[in-house]
Design a protein around this ligand. Structure first.
Ligand code: SF4
Length: 212
């Protein structure tokens, strides 16, 4: 296929820069412990300095892959049809074709997003993880099922409250230590959650378990 044809399909969301895909256990947030097929889509220009998937940022490094192929792979490998779309920032792209394809197969579809770009696609679960340097669009706050704030420093507790004030009343609130700073921030998170029990602690248990 010619390069301009591929670019057109990527712009439409019919092909996506696929960084990796794997069947594992969701390690963090509300669905922690649940088997899920992860689809990591390349492309993100949010630029968090502590990002642990910086390899995902440049979409050109990841092969444009037809969504039909991604759906087939997911359905072949996943035993419970639970799929997590992550990145990178998946909402860089039009998620309609991928989520439509997965829905036709009866999948439960979760997204992990910073919310920095307009919401596209059909979702059973939206995990919103806002980033200070590129805030979420207004529309996604009311649709988020889970708010996950990464705590890197003390100011992030203030940011967490600002973000919690914007989500809907049923949204579950998590504070999660940034991995490289976890030993310093974890005691502060524990104290904060005990003082403010509307929050829960989220840990990246997959990193403790040494699974993807
Ligand atoms: S939004 Fe996510 S993928 Fe993008 S830079 Fe931040 S942590 Fe990394």
């Amino acid at each position: 296929m010619k390069e301009n044809e591929v670019n057109t399909l990527v712009e439409k969301g019919e092909m996506l820069p696929l960084m990796e895909e794997f069947y594992t256990i969701q390690g963090e947030g509300f669905h922690k412990g649940t088997a899920a097929y992860f689809i990591r889509v390349g492309g993100c220009d949010v630029g968090c300095h502590w990002c642990d998937v910086k390899e995902s940022w440049n979409p050109k490094l990841h092969p444009p892959t037809a969504v039909n192929t991604i759906v087939e792979n997911a359905m072949r490998s996943s035993k419970n049809k639970t799929v997590v779309i992550t990145g990178g920032e998946p909402l860089t792209w039009n998620m309609e074709p991928l989520t439509n394809g997965l829905k036709e197969e009866g999948a439960k579809i979760h997204i992990e997003t910073s919310g920095a770009y307009p919401l596209s696609g059909t979702w059973d679960w939206i995990c919103l993880s806002p980033k200070k340097i590129k805030l979420p669009t207004e529309e996604i706050y009311q649709k988020a099922d889970e708010l996950k704030i990464i705590i890197f420093n003390k100011h992030d507790f203030i940011f967490a409250e600002e973000q919690a004030a914007k989500v809907n009343g049923n949204c579950i609130l998590y504070l999660q230590p940034e991995w490289s700073n976890r030993e310093k921030m974890m005691p502060l998170i524990v104290d904060y959650v005990m003082d403010n029990p509307k929050w829960k602690v989220s840990l990246q248990t997959h990193k403790y378990l040494n699974i993807p």
